[in-house]
Ligand binder design. Structure first.
Ligand code: NAI
Length: 480
């Protein structure tokens, strides 16, 4: 703790660099800056104590400082061991007006290259407020903060170790260890934390999936807004964001020429669509695998070969998973890959690739080329290059999505936080999506920033379509 702020970051000396990048990012994040202007005086988040678990990048710094402008107190951790940008973390702790000797910003617990134990410890500290107060809002990406609160409360209620989660067994053992210690120290900690929370806003597909599972089981402890399925989030960040940051990660990690290579993209959802397009843009021959016939047909119609990984694995130079599912690239696949095939994942968790099985494979040898780039050599002499230990490579090997697209996502996040915090009585223990007029508002701001001119309907035209002139323009079942 320095100057009343507790934090754990790599180096506060990086704050000036971080501040410069935040300043440049603000210009590229017109949605967040418009929300700051709109709410600077009314401060709808006054009294909000937001615990955030989301990649601690430059873009996230602009989100955090927007929540502060809207009146919130904030504590932050990253939602991935490799995704923190240390200069951004330092700048957030120091704050716009502080200095490294006298920080005046927001408590952050995150650095690039945490161990799993450190990661979960940071998550706990981010959820543990001074003076025994808890957070009253969670902002989550992938659901780890929500998971810790739910598993902790389940532990305390049952007086016994909670049921396993969907995290892999090694990671689950770390979570259980942490919960044992914290419940021994305070047997009602997580129950109290859960009781104080008005709601969670969740950023990504994987976290949203976990929330719907909790809600269906009747186990969700507080209301949730699914930010991911705002159109201005998943149809932009997941798609155009990955179109930008996937090849950025591959290039920074390997600098291998992508043109002419055979690349397999596993999954053709929003992330897969953006990923396949970026690789094709580099001149790669892209093959798509899918389990869903609709997405598979889309890939075929977009001109990609569609086949199974079993069929394509021997000819692939680069293989990328985008599914949010587990065991997509198996150890059996890895033994059959070409020499120096590049293997990476851009889905949320590392279990898309059988990393644990790779580590246990008899006679396999790991050579770290540089941080987040490992060559794994099999006994037969062929090797594969695995990026970010199977964790999302666009954030592990590069810096994630660029500011402009994150301005869409984070505007949705901010609006969702305001919504749940200011109208708790309107939301039950369910999962909700943002109303369409707010989605359209976020799109309008970003279109304007790009210089796009929108056509306005006449009243007569609007009546003909049966929608208001000022929107919303589409029914809820429209798919974009
Ligand atoms: P999505 O549900 O739109 O797409 C996933 C696709 O994978 C689906 O079409 C599904 O049918 C397919 N799939 C599932 N199992 C498969 C298998 N075994 N083989 C082949 N295909 C399979 O989800 P979305 O939004 O594309 O997200 C995917 C993952 O990426 C999630 O974990 C999400 O949290 C994460 N994500 C990562 C981002 C990043 O910056 N790295 C950004 C946004 C999302």
């Amino acid at each position: 703790t320095v100057n009343g702020i507790d934090f754990a970051v790599a180096d506060l000396g990086l704050a000036e660099f971080g501040r410069h990048e935040i300043r440049l990012a603000e210009h590229e994040m017109p949605g967040l800056m418009a929300l700051r202007r709109e709410y600077a005086e009314s401060k709808p988040l006054l009294g909000a104590r937001v615990s955030g678990s989301l990649h601690m990048t430059v873009q996230t710094a602009v989100l955090i400082e927007t929540l502060v402008v809207l009146g919130a107190e904030v504590r932050w951790a990253s939602c991935n061991i490799f995704s923190t940008q240390d200069h951004a973390a330092a700048a957030v702790v120091v704050g716009p007006t502080g200095t490294p000797a006298a920080p005046a910003g927001v408590p952050v617990f995150a650095w690039k290259g945490e161990t799993l134990e450190e990661y979960w410890h940071c998550t706990e500290r981010m959820l543990t407020w001074p003076e025994l107060e808890g957070p009253n809002m969670i902002l989550d990406d992938g659901g780890d903060a929500t998971l810790l609160v739910h598993k902790g409360a389940e532990y305390e209620k049952a007086g016994a170790v909670p049921s396993a989660s969907d995290t892999d067994s090694a990671e689950w053992a770390v979570v259980l260890d942490l919960l044992r210690t914290s419940v021994a120290a305070d047997p009602s900690k997580w129950t109290m934390v859960a009781a104080g929370i008005r709601g969670v806003t969740e950023e990504t597909t994987t976290g949203v999936h976990r929330l719907y599972q909790l809600a269906e089981a009747g186990e969700l402890l507080f209301p949730a807004i699914n930010v991911n399925d705002a159109v201005t989030k998943s149809k932009f960040d997941n798609k155009y964001g990955c179109r930008h940051s996937l090849i950025d990660g591959i290039n920074r990690a390997t600098d291998v020429l992508i043109g002419g290579k055979t690349v397999v993209v596993c999954g053709y959802g929003d992330v897969g669509k953006g990923s396949a397009e970026s690789l094709r843009g580099q001149g790669a021959r892209v093959i798509v695998t899918e389990i869903d016939p609709i997405c598979a047909l889309q890939a075929a119609m977009d001109g990609y070969e569609v086949t199974t990984l079993d069929d394509a694995v021997d000819r692939a130079d680069i293989i990328i998973t985008t599914t949010g599912n587990k065991d997509v690239i198996t150890i059996g696949h890895m033994t059959r890959m070409k020499h120096q095939a590049i293997v990476g994942n851009i889905g949320h968790f590392d279990n898309e690739i059988q990393m644990a099985e790779l580590g246990r494979y008899p006679g396999v040898d790991r050579t770290t080329i540089k941080p987040q780039v490992d060559e794994w050599t099999f006994p037969d002499g062929h090797s594969i290059i695995v990026l970010s230990e199977g964790r999302l490579l666009n954030l592990g090997n590069a810096t994630g999505h660029p500011s402009f697209v994150m301005s869409n996502s984070f505007s949705d996040q901010t609006i969702a936080q305001v919504e749940l915090f200011t109208k708790p009585e309107q939301y039950g223990r369910q999962v909700y999506v943002l109303p369409k007029h707010l989605d359209e508002k976020v799109a309008r701001i970003h279109l304007e920033a790009l210089g796009g001119k929108l056509t306005e309907m006449t009243k007569d035209q609007a009546d003909y379509l049966g929608v208001p002139v000022e929107g919303p323009y589409k029914s809820d079942h429209y798919r974009y």
